[in-house]
Unconditional design. Structure first.
Length: 126
């Protein structure tokens, strides 16, 4: 699997809403949207939000590049958030942060391998 190199590049990650949302979900997504846009703005991938009606009252949030999504390449990380909590908008943001972190860790490689070695060493010594 080829990693995405992000050294010396300028990225504009986007938040994409897929499908129709129920009124409650739409309201919660609108509350969270500015923070989600800020979270993904400098990333080399996009954040997709989709209401999952089969599970019921939940939202699927996944990170993936736009070409991979439309070409059906399953290179993504996914999280689910529910509308049943007391603060669903905050839950969406936390799920998005986790998805972005997981995607960065799994698919995006940094431009400096020396820094990667020291980061791995620091994790190992914890």
């Amino acid at each position: 699997m080829q990693a995405i190199s992000n050294s010396k590049q300028n990225f504009q990650g986007k938040v994409v809403r897929l499908g129709n949302f129920s009124p409650l979900t739409s309201n919660n997504v609108e509350k969270t949207l500015p923070k989600l846009k800020k979270l993904i703005s400098k990333k080399p991938f996009d954040l997709f939000i989709k209401e999952d009606k089969q599970i019921g009252n939940s939202v699927q949030i996944f990170a993936q590049t736009m070409p991979d999504h439309f070409n059906g390449i399953n290179k993504k990380t996914t999280a689910y958030a529910t509308n049943r909590s007391s603060n669903p908008a905050g839950l969406y943001l936390e799920a998005a942060k986790q998805v972005v972190h997981d995607y960065d860790k799994q698919y995006v490689k940094t431009g400096n391998p020396i820094i990667d070695i020291f980061n791995k060493l620091a994790e190992y010594l914890k």
